[in-house]
Design a protein around this ligand. Sequence first.
Ligand code: UT7
Length: 323
Amino acid sequence: MIRSVVQGCGSYLPERVVTNADLAKTMDTSDEWIQQRTGIRQRHIAADGELTSHLALKASERALAHAGLKASDLDLIVLATATPDETFPATATRVQAALGMTGGAAFDVQAVCAGFVYGLSVADSLIKTGLASTALVIGAETFSRILDWNDRGTCVLFGDGAGAVVLRAEEGKGTTADRGVLANALHSDGRQHDILYVDGGPSSTQTTGFLRMEGKEVFKHAVVNMAAVVGEVLAKAGFETKDIDWLVPHQANKRIIDSTGRKLGLPPERVVVTVDRHANTSAASIPLALDAAVKDGRIKKNDLLLLEGIGGGLAWGASLVRW
Ligand code: UT7
């Protein structure tokens, strides 16, 4: 049985760090409020002229180097983003050109904060069906560009960044001991549009628009849907919660992460948290967290990882990966 095995990972954060105290200088907020409600202490913000594709490129170069592969080895790029450089073409094609990759296919996936899990599932499916053999899956965002900096209820929550993994087709035994992506579960519910969306777009307003969110409503759905999808993906692969080595969740809010960890019965040391340093970087948050825990030595070869995320749509999903 063909498995999509992770060969390497990488990430990139813009240089500029904006702390909660920095924000409190220009708006009616406080470090205490932000930390208590979300666990966020700081976020990285892209420089003028630094685009999603630039962040994605740097993360991709690092992932390829970590994998010991070259751009010419790739035959697929799936880039998850809700903040593309342009309406079209896909930002993935900008990355493809910048990497010097001339063959294969490159396209974007749009599932906002669930984007990385969606992108991983799409790439895994294309590898398993033989349409691709070596894939770069990227989550990259410049959410600072779609924030209403006069809305303190949303602008303090997000940051910019990118993360990437390289997947390669390998023959597995078809057992739970195989390395690679072992199961995926994806969901969306378009009826929940109004609780998290951007109030602009090429077809509606011909403007980019700003992020709008009813935080409390999103919070409620996040807690319920994360618990359900995590149970679903574990059952699909024949695992129990005790088998999980690491929970690598979407980093929106420390309270949502803690709630999912508690429901799984995982001790906090087994949950990767970067929301304090990165804030919510949407599709980039999972690969950023993953890369941090791989590079500091916590995540090791053969560990069982549970990735999960939810965002606008609503769209949500989970993946089980043996590293
Ligand atoms: O990645 C996509 C998924 N997104 C999420 O998972 C986000 C989920 N939601 C949340 O994380 C939380 O709902 C928030 C962190 C966004 C907000 O926390 P909350 O406990 O739901 O607060 P709230 O929006 O109900 O606001 C409580 C109070 C309000 O004041 P009053 O009406 O009680 O006087 C707000 O005006 O806090 C006020 N407030 C702030 N105060 C200081 C809102 N934003 C701020 C702020 N600084 N930045």
